[in-house]
Write a protein that binds this ligand. Structure first.
Ligand SMILES: Cc1cc2nc3c(=O)[nH]c(=O)nc-3n(C[C@H](O)[C@H](O)[C@H](O)COP(=O)(O)OP(=O)(O)OC[C@H]3O[C@@H](n4cnc5c(N)ncnc54)[C@H](O)[C@@H]3O)c2cc1C
Length: 547
C-alpha cells in the first residue's frame, strides 16, 4: 500500500494522558506516534494537582526537578489549604472543611513516599512531557487528526490521519491504538462502548485571567478560595500568586434564552464581582466551559484499541484525581504493551489492564463524587454506605486483583484500598517506600519502572543467585537489596510482609506481583513460574533451572 507508515502504538489525543503514554512507551523503547487535533499543547491551565503517586512515577523518570522548577509549582509551594470568603476585601477569610487540608499537607507524605504532591499547571506540564518524549524518539504531531481506523485483518489496524496544516492524508499502520481522546472520546463512541455512573454533576466556566491581586491579598495564601456571596458563587485559584489566576463559576446551560455569556466583558465583570474589587484591571486570557461529571466506560479494550484517561473515566475535580488517574492508567498499560510487543509476555497480559484499572477508576470516581458533595458519605443502590477514604489511601493504597497478580494465603477483605501509611506488601498493592540511611541506596520506589525487580532481604543470597541464573537466560530482572541497616531491615519485613530470607517480585509499574515469605525449596523454579504467570507466558517445563 502506498504512503503507509508503521508505528507500534498510535496514540490519539495529546492531553496530559496521551502525552504521558507517549513518554512511558518511549522510555521503554517502544515506537509510538501521537496525533493531536489542537495546534499545540494546552494554553489554558486546567488540571494542576499532580498527586504523590504520579510524582513517584515521574520522579523515577527523572522528572521531579523539572516539575518543581515550573512557575506554577514553585509559586504555590508555600500555599496551604482551601478556604472560604465572601470576597478578597473587607472580610475575614476562614478555613473551610478540614478534610480537604490533608491533601495539601506536604509533611504527611514523608515516611510513606520519596516525594510529595505538586501543583503544576497543565499548560506548563504538557510542554515538559512533549520535549522529553520527543527526545526519547516519540513522533508527536500537532494539528493532526485521526479521521478513521479499520482493522488490518491480522493484528493491528490502519488509521487514516489528516495533517490539517498541509491537508495531507496518510495511513498509519499500528499494532495497537490508544484512545486518549478525552471525555467525549469519538473513538469510544464509534466503538459503541457505553458509560455508566451518576453522570453530570454541574457545569462551570473556567476563566483564566491576569490581574494584580497582590494588594488585596496581602500575605494571605491558599490553593483555592471559595467565594460565597448571596448572588454569586465561585472558586478562585492562584497560578503565580500574583498576576495569573483562575476563576471557576458555575452556570446552568439549559435553556437557549438563559444561556450564559462567555464574552470578555461578562467574564471581567464576574472577576470583579468575585474579588470585590470594582475597579480591578482585568485581562481575560481564555475561557473554558467544562462539565463536572462522573462516568466510567463499561469496557476499556476492544481488540487492539485501549481507552485511557478521560476517554475511559470522567470524575469531578474534587480531589484532583482526574488526570492523575489517567496518567496512572497509561503507566499500567505501557509496560504491558512493551512486554507483549517485545515478545516477553503473552497477549493475555493486555486484558489485565481493564481488570486492574477499571475497579480503581470506579473507586476513585466514587471518592471524587463524595468529596464534591462535601458530605462524606453516601448510600449506593445496594444500600451499602460509602465513605470518604483519606487521600493517601485513595492515591497510594489502591489494590489490583487480576491474572497478572499472584495472590498469597493472606485473607482478602475485598476492599478496593489498603492503608498507605501501613503497607504490608500484599500482592496487588504498590510496593512500599523504605527509608535509606545511605544516599547510594535509593528507596525501592526510585528503582522501579523499566523491568521486574526482585526485592530481597538480608538473607536473600539464594534469591540473588536464582535471579542471576534467570537473567543469564535473557530475562529482564533486577535485584534490589535495601540497605542492611537494622531499622530498614525491620521496615522491609513489615512493609513487604516477608522474612529476611523472603523475596518480593515487583512488576515494572511498582506493584507487588508475587512474594515468597521465606526461602523456598526451589527459588529459581518458583521465580520462573511467577514471572511466567504474571506475564501470561506458558512455562516450558524444559526451562526449569533447578534441575
Ligand atoms: C477545571 C478542571 C480542573 C481539573 N483539575 C484537575 C487536577 O487538579 N488534577 C487532575 O488530576 N485532574 C484535574 N482535572 C481533570 C483533568 O483535566 C482531566 O482528567 C485530564 O486533563 C484528561 O486528560 P486526557 O488527556 O484524558 O483528555 P484531554 O485533556 O481532554 O485530551 C484529549 C485530547 O484528544 C484530542 N482529540 C480528540 N479527538 C481527536 C482526534 N480524532 N484526533 C486527534 N486528537 C483528538 C483533543 O483535542 C484533546 O486535546 C480537572 C478538570 C477540570 C475541568
Amino acid at each position: 500500500m502506498k504512503d503507509v507508515e508503521h508505528t507500534s502504538v498510535l496514540i490519539v489525543g495529546g492531553g496530559l494522558v496521551g502525552l504521558s503514554m507517549s513518554l512511558f512507551l518511549s522510555d521503554l523503547g517502544i515506537s509510538n506516534t501521537l496525533v493531536e487535533r489542537r495546534g499545540g499543547t494546552s494554553t489554558h491551565p486546567r488540571a494542576r494537582g499532580v498527586n504523590v503517586r504520579t510524582m513517584e512515577i515521574l520522579r523515577a523518570l527523572g522528572f521531579e526537578q523539572r516539575i518543581r522548577a515550573t512557575e506554577s509549582a514553585s509559586a504555590l509551594v508555600e500555599n496551604q489549604g482551601i478556604i472560604a470568603a465572601r470576597s478578597l476585601v473587607g472580610d475575614q477569610i476562614g478555613e473551610l472543611n478540614g478534610q480537604y487540608l490533608a491533601q495539601t499537607d506536604q509533611d504527611g507524605w514523608s515516611g510513606i513516599s520519596t516525594t510529595t504532591w505538586a501543583l503544576c499547571d497543565q499548560d506548563e506540564l504538557e510542554p515538559l512531557l512533549v520535549r522529553r518524549a520527543r527526545a526519547l524518539g516519540a513522533r508527536i504531531c500537532f494539528n493532526t487528526e485521526l479521521t478513521s481506523a479499520r482493522s488490518t485483518g491480522g493484528v493491528g489496524l490502519d488509521a487514516t490521519i489528516h495533517d490539517r496544516d498541509s491537508d495531507h492524508v496518510r495511513t498509519v499502520r499500528a499494532d495497537y491504538m490508544i484512545a486518549a481522546d478525552g471525555a467525549r472520546s469519538p473513538i469510544r463512541q464509534r466503538l459503541e462502548i457505553p458509560m455508566e455512573g451518576p453522570g453530570t454533576l454541574g457545569h462551570f466556566r473556567n476563566i483564566y485571567f491576569h490581574a494584580d491581586l497582590s494588594k488585596a491579598l496581602g500575605d494571605r495564601r491558599f490553593i483555592m478560595c471559595y467565594l460565597m456571596q448571596e448572588d454569586f458563587r465561585g472558586a478562585l485559584l492562584p497560578i503565580d500568586n500574583h498576576r495569573r489566576w483562575l476563576l471557576h463559576v458555575p452556570f446552568a446551560p439549559d435553556s437557549e434564552t438563559a444561556r450564559p455569556r462567555f464574552d470578555q466583558e461578562e467574564c471581567a465583570r464576574l472577576v470583579r464581582k468575585a474579588t470585590g474589587l470594582d475597579d480591578l484591571e482585568v485581562e481575560i486570557r481564555s475561557v473554558l466551559p467544562w462539565e463536572s461529571a462522573s462516568r466510567t466506560a463499561t469496557q476499556w479494550r476492544k481488540g487492539p484499541i485501549f481507552l485511557v484517561g478521560d476517554a475511559a473515566h470522567q470524575m469531578p475535580p474534587s480531589g484532583a484525581f482526574g488526570s492523575n488517574t489517567g496518567i496512572q492508567d497509561a503507566h499500567n498499560l505501557a509496560w504491558k504493551l512493551a512486554a507483549v510487543l517485545r515478545g516477553e509476555a503473552g497477549a493475555g497480559l493486555l486484558d489485565t489492564y481493564e481488570e486492574e484499572r477499571r475497579p480503581v477508576s470506579l473507586f476513585t470516581a466514587e471518592q471524587a463524587v463524595l468529596r464534591s458533595k462535601d458530605r462524606g458519605r453516601t448510600t449506593g443502590k445496594d444500600g451499602v454506605e460509602s465513605q470518604i477514604v483519606n487521600d493517601a489511601d485513595v492515591i497510594l493504597g489502591y489494590r489490583y486483583r487480576s491474572s497478572a497478580i499472584i495472590p498469597d494465603s493472606s485473607p482478602d477483605d475485598g476492599a478496593p484500598w489498603t492503608s498507605a501509611a501501613e503497607p504490608t506488601g500484599l500482592p496487588g498493592t504498590r510496593a512500599a517506600h523504605l527509608d535509606s540511611p545511605d544516599e547510594d541506596v535509593p528507596s525501592p520506589l526510585d528503582a522501579f519502572g523499566r523491568e521486574f525487580t526482585l526485592v530481597v532481604g538480608s538473607g536473600g543470597r539464594a534469591w540473588e543467585r536464582a535471579a542471576s541464573t534467570i537473567t543469564s537466560h535473557g530475562e529482564r530482572l533486577r535485584v534490589l537489596r535495601p540497605a542492611s541497616d537494622r531499622e530498614v531491615a525491620a521496615q522491609f519485613r513489615a512493609r513487604y510482609g516477608v522474612k529476611d530470607d523472603g523475596a518480593v517480585l515487583v512488576r515494572p509499574d511498582g506493584f507487588v506481583g508475587w512474594r515468597a515469605p521465606t526461602l523456598t525449596d526451589s527459588p529459581e523454579t518458583d521465580l520462573v513460574d511467577a514471572l511466567a504467570r504474571i506475564t501470561h507466558r506458558t512455562v516450558d517445563p524444559g526451562t526449569s533451572v533447578d534441575d
